[in-house]
Design a protein around this ligand. Structure first.
Ligand code: SF4
Length: 107
């Protein structure tokens, strides 16, 4: 028998983890000049990828980056990753296309 309680992440349905990821990132966005990509389908796909990583790898890791297995190193790619600020400021968008900055131009 699995030694888990209903509160543990692996017991939560994917949709619930997705909701929690989205809520946390929405809250983070209120403290930044950034926003979600205006393409809702992109946001949905990336949030799903983050939620899957949370379930399978234990934290809300970037779905577009490779995990090293070193917890300290991998903490850099918990979304929003440490690289996102530079990416958004330089390109208007983060690597995964989840967040855009005021300088973002679609198309
Ligand atoms: S690239 Fe974007 S989606 Fe991926 S962790 Fe960084 S901020 Fe999050």
């Amino acid at each position: 028998m699995k030694n888990t309680t209903p509160e543990t992440t692996e017991e939560k349905p994917l949709e619930q983890v997705e909701r929690e990821v989205r809520e946390r990132l929405e809250e983070w966005l209120t403290r930044t000049p950034y926003s979600f990509n205006p393409e809702a389908s992109v946001v949905k796909t990336i949030i799903r990828g983050i939620a899957i990583r949370k379930i399978k790898a234990g934290d809300e890791y970037c779905p577009c980056r490779v995990l090293s297995g070193d917890l300290r190193e991998d903490s850099k790619i918990v979304c929003p990753c440490v690289y996102s600020k530079d990416e958004i400021e330089n390109d208007g968008i983060c690597l995964c296309h989840l967040f855009v900055g005021p300088n973002y131009k679609s198309g």
